[in-house]
Design a protein around this ligand. Structure first.
Ligand code: WQD
Length: 328
């Protein structure tokens, strides 16, 4: 039996793929390689194609005897989603629906979905619980919420059991520094901190230091990407043991500010992070970090790695992979 991982050539997908194989599972990756890298898949079978290609997905499920799916494949640039909503609704919603229809038709009933804490928008209070109001502030977040809703109804009508994991802020790189984020495309904080300290950019722009937080900078819940990968294995095990459809946060439960990240990086690396303070970024909440009790109770998942582990792994990866997985 085999796990199909869509988007397994990406940042979180590739690290999760390798962890799944270390548990003894057979894995096959489906990835369009639009944003992913074949090198990141290493020696896992890779099918290059689109999640909306019904004939291809059916063939992969048959040829590889797929019995469960982890679905990462999606566009995830919040800013781009506001400039090109059609691209995001077409791929993240229509594409995901076609994938889900196809795997259901193949008799597959276990599905783990990569959702996001962005669906909370600016949370009413922190830590954010799963029953908190959802208030999508971007097309990207809306597309993720729509698939959560679709999975609920496919559970009610087709017996598809799913776990939607609402990621907080994935950061860091694989423990052995061979898999990580491609900082050429990411707008996230950690890659930008590493660009600044490694001299790949003049300085980190700190977006806002006038928030109502202890040091005035934005607070988020940074979870090590290896811990995030572990939560997907826990979700698959939960479903294999008969677990019912579930939506849960995946974070550490701790909030960390931009300046705390910056100072920790300077302490670990031993040199300054050049930075300049800029106005707030539109749409950024001041604080967003997870309530983690549901993942602990239902999945038996608790993040184990520290902020220092996150920063050290990110630095080790970016210092040795300035062009991501492109060796040229
Ligand atoms: C974190 C903090 C910024 C960059 C986004 C998506 C979310 C998820 C994770 C996909 C904020 C500050 C950032 C920089 C900065 N992605 N910052 N300078 O916005 O919390 O979440 O990425 O699922 O869906 O919304 O992450 O890393 O962009 O920002 O000061 O160059 O760092 O203001 O306070 P965010 P982020």
């Amino acid at each position: 039996m085999t796990t199909l991982v869509t988007g397994g050539a990406g940042y979180i997908g590739s690290i999760t793929t390798r962890l799944l194989r270390s548990t003894g599972r057979s894995v096959v990756v489906l990835d369009s390689l639009e944003n992913g890298h074949a090198a990141a898949v290493q020696d896992t079978p890779l099918v290059v194609g689109n999640i909306a290609d019904t004939a291809l997905v059916s063939k992969v499920c048959r040829d590889h005897d797929v019995d469960e799916v982890v679905h990462f494949a999606a566009y995830k640039a919040v800013g781009e989603s506001m400039e090109n909503p059609g691209k995001y609704f077409d791929n993240n919603v229509t594409g995901s629906q076609k994938l889900i229809d196809t795997i259901s038709a193949c008799g597959i009933t276990r599905f783990v979905f990569s959702s996001t804490a962005a669906i909370y928008g600016t949370p009413e209070s922190v830590p954010v619980v799963e029953s908190s109001a959802v208030r999508c502030e971007s097309v990207y977040a809306q597309t993720k919420l729509m698939i959560e809703h679709l999975l609920h109804w496919y559970g009610q009508t087709k017996g598809l059991r799913s776990v939607s994991l609402r990621y907080f802020n994935a950061a860091g790189a694989s423990d052995d520094s061979t898999l990580g984020e491609d900082w050429r495309f990411s707008q996230n904080l950690m890659p930008h901190v590493m660009k600044a300290i490694l001299g790949e950019s003049a300085a980190l722009s700190v977006f806002g230091n006038d928030y109502s937080t202890p040091d005035g900078t934005g607070v988020r819940d940074y979870i090590h990407v290896e811990d995030l990968a572990t939560s997907h294995v826990a979700a698959l095990d939960y479903l294999s043991n008969g677990g019912q459809t579930l939506i849960c946060n995946v974070g550490t439960g701790h909030g960390t500010s931009v300046l705390e990240i910056l100072h920790a990086t300077e302490r670990i690396v031993g040199k300054p992070v050049p930075h300049v303070f800029k106005p707030r970024r539109t749409g950024d909440p001041s604080e967003c970090y997870a309530a983690t009790i549901l993942a602990a109770e239902k999945l038996g998942f608790t993040a184990s790695r520290s902020l220092d582990d996150i920063i050290s792994s990110a630095y080790a990866w970016h210092a040795t992979h300035p062009n991501g997985h492109n060796t040229n």
